[in-house]
Design a protein. Structure first.
Length: 310
């Protein structure tokens, strides 16, 4: 199939690679249905823990917190544990030119089965990912989409703000422990020209936002801007603890987790609900001095080069 073929990668056999002239995406179904690699002109955007290469879940292996391009369902603190979805084996198939689908097992813990559809554009870095939650139980399920992408660390996160945030400082900070601090004051987070910027590791790694701009960007030190677009729903309920539309987990200088969160879905038995993220990798120079990014230039770059297909 054009731009889609089977490869071995990172210790795994029978991955699927989607590619065009500039962009390569490697999908691994072996441990959680992940994106193992997403590169622009050879520059990697994802953080993959090489010590986990080839790891698969079994009765003889200790659980690991799998890395790279992860996806999940939530809400985090009330959904049952679901290791079969999170790190168990999935099925994978090539579905068209630069297209593939991964399908989970039927999970009794959550009452759902998941599919993830991936489409890479013929040119450029645009990657569309749609996760569909299929209710296989006999009762309504109230889950949500939860992206958990691990990107390269020590970058700058840029989140466009929207009016009337519920949070006094436009974000909340989780911790210490189970505390959610709704009025944090961290020197590595600042509001400037309509953006919330995360310029370094915060005191506590997990952060949450309620922006409805429908996109954010993460500038990495390899001069690549990782952009995510997704729909938000201001008139719907979000069922994470602080009703978040975005969570960012910025751990020291090693990794930054980029997490769009979908609204609460009320999925009847036999019905399904889907949520789509659109990703791009765009060339953009990391500041050579200081930490000030030209926010107008980033906005223009995103508006001109990170558009969903009609």
């Amino acid at each position: 199939m054009d731009g889609a073929f089977v490869v071995d990668f990172a210790g795994y056999e029978k991955c699927v690679q989607l590619e065009n002239e500039t962009t390569v995406v490697v999908l691994g179904p072996h441990a959680g249905g992940r994106i193992l690699s997403y590169t622009l002109n050879g520059k990697e955007s994802l953080f993959r823990n090489a010590s986990q290469d080839g790891w698969v879940s079994s009765a003889d292996t200790d659980p690991v917190n799998v890395s790279a391009g992860r996806f999940d369902i939530g809400p985090e603190h009330t959904i049952p544990k679901h290791p079969n979805l999170w790190r168990g084996p999935w099925q994978i198939e090539i579905t068209g030119p630069r297209q593939a689908r991964m399908t989970s097992v039927k999970d009794d813990a959550t009452g759902v089965q998941l599919t993830r559809d991936f489409i890479l554009d013929e040119t450029g870095s645009h990657l569309s990912i749609t996760q569909t939650i299929h209710n296989i139980s006999n009762e309504i399920k109230h889950w949500c989409h939860w992206s958990r992408t691990l990107a390269q660390g020590h970058g700058i996160c840029l989140i466009p703000l929207t009016p009337n945030s519920r949070f006094p400082n436009n974000y909340v900070m989780y911790g210490p422990g189970s505390v959610i601090n709704f009025r944090p004051n961290d020197p590595n987070l600042r509001t400037r020209d309509g953006f919330l910027e995360i310029i370094g590791p915060p005191e506590h790694a997990k952060l949450g936002m309620d922006s409805h701009a429908g996109w954010f960007a993460y500038l990495m030190r390899n001069d690549v801007l990782f952009v995510k677009r997704y729909k938000t729903y201001p008139d719907r309920a979000y069922n994470e603890m602080a009703a978040l539309t975005i969570s960012i987990w910025y751990k020291d200088n090693e990794v930054c987790e980029l997490e769009p969160i979908g609204p609460k879905e009320n999925i009847a038995p036999g019905q399904s609900s889907s949520f789509t993220e659109d990703w791009w990798l765009l060339p953009y120079d990391f500041p050579s001095e200081g930490i000030n990014v030209d926010l107008n230039a980033v906005t223009e770059l995103v508006q001109n080069n990170a558009k969903q297909n009609p």
